[in-house]
Design a protein around this ligand. Structure first.
Ligand code: PLP
Length: 380
């Protein structure tokens, strides 16, 4: 297997001496992928009309086909979007809700997606219904029962996270989709964190819609997300921005949402190549193992606990801090950034947790250093 950790850090632009453990937030794009993006930009700027009138559409479709191969999906069922939030907006704002309709979300839904649901509720009179999530160490059976129990004849849509943002939980998404479908409820999966963190087969998963980011764990440049829509769920789904493709079919609508720089999308094949070069499935397994061992080591050092316990997890881990309360989260995070480490500090039930991310360039020493910096800050 390719040497990872410090051995590949020079492939990224990350500042020397910074112990980053926050890949999950915005990703970090490697140099070869940025170079591929630059090449696309150069092609675009050398002859803009030739690029936008001729080159772009087949190039986008080729990139979607390649991404589809990776995701277990057909390229024709994939539209590129700027990010997962934009994809979720497309699905949510394309639907017609009536007063009294219900939209299910998990209690750990990502804030921006929660706001989008709130918005469609505010303009339609629909109601957002929250399914509770136990944290730490939720029980899958309990979660599935809570989800099924929250469905009523008024439930029109469920928005389910594949990997939660604020708690890094890898949820049993296949079973959750099946539980909703069993009661006739369509599902939009928010998979912002999943591509590149866990293996995906979108066709087998059989959600109605799945949004994901390539700019987090797949190494694509910022602004590279996708919306996958099952073939029978594409009609009536529009991007958040309506443009020339309106009414001409799913890919036509998503492929053109006005003049914009599509180089992040077109660099997707380079990102997939880079991910594969670093090991592909082996890289993902290594990151999962590193996140789990780093999380367990910190929890043991502090006499606390991890968020996942023995649950299956991705390449992020939650660890409870030995002290501190919710009101201190922002100040502590700021102090840690100053001290040379980047890691989100997230309150849950009045206690502070950190969310660590393990990516190719990380190694155990990063998390030890981060732990020591946290201890120093907490001792102040
Ligand atoms: C679960 C989840 N959904 C959506 C998003 C939004 O991603 P983006 O800002 O790329 O739209 C995130 C970002 O961290 C996330 O964790």
């Amino acid at each position: 297997m390719t040497a990872l950790g410090e051995a590949v850090r020079q492939e990224f632009l990350l500042e020397d001496g910074f112990a980053t453990a926050n890949h999950g937030a915005y990703g970090a794009t490697p140099r070869p992928v940025l170079a591929a993006q630059d090449e696309w930009r150069t092609r675009m700027e050398r002859q803009p009309s030739r690029f936008f009138n001729g080159t772009i559409l087949p190039a986008l479709r080729a990139a979607a086909d390649r991404l589809g191969e990776y995701l277990g999906a057909r390229g024709q069922d994939i539209g590129f979007v700027g990010n997962a939030t934009e994809g979720a907006n497309g699905v949510l704002r394309s639907q017609h809700f009536e007063p009294g309709d219900e939209i299910l979300v998990l209690a750990h839904v990502y804030g921006a997606v929660r706001n989008t649901v709130r918005h469609v509720c505010s303009i339609s009179g629909a109601r957002m219904v929250e399914v509770p999530v136990t944290f730490p160490r939720p029980d899958d059976g309990e979660l599935l029962a809570a989800l099924s129990g929250a469905i009523t004849p008024r439930t029109k849509l469920a928005v389910l996270d594949h990997i939660t943002s604020s708690s890094a939980l890898l949820l049993p998404i296949g079973e959750m989709i099946a539980a909703c479908h069993a009661q006739g409820v369509p599902v939009l999966v928010d998979g912002a964190h999943a591509p590149g963190q866990v293996a995906l087969d979108l066709t087998a998963l059989d959600a109605d819609w799945y949004v994901g980011n390539c700019h987090k764990w797949l190494f694509a440049p910022k602004g590279c997300g996708f919306l996958w829509a099952r073939a029978d769920r594409q009609a009536g789904i529009h991007p958040a921005v309506i443009s020339h493709g309106y009414g001409q079919g799913f890919t036509a609508e998503f492929d053109w949402t006005g003049t914009r720089d599509p180089s992040a999308w077109l660099a997707t094949p380079a990102a997939l190549d880079f991910h594969a070069r670093l090991g592909g499935p082996a890289l993902m397994a290594r990151n999962v193992a590193l996140a789990a061992s780093a999380g367990a080591a910190l929890a043991a050092r502090w006499g606390t606990e991890t968020g996942a316990g023995n649950r299956a997890a991705g390449s992020m881990a939650m660890v409870r801090l030995p002290k501190g309360e919710a009101s201190q989260a922002a100040a502590l995070r700021g102090a840690l950034l100053e001290a040379g480490t980047d890691v989100p500090i997230i309150p849950h039930n009045g206690q502070l947790w950190l969310r660590l991310s393990a990516q190719a360039y990380n190694e155990p020493a990063d998390f030890e250093r981060m732990g020591a910096l946290i201890e120093q800050e907490l001792a102040k």
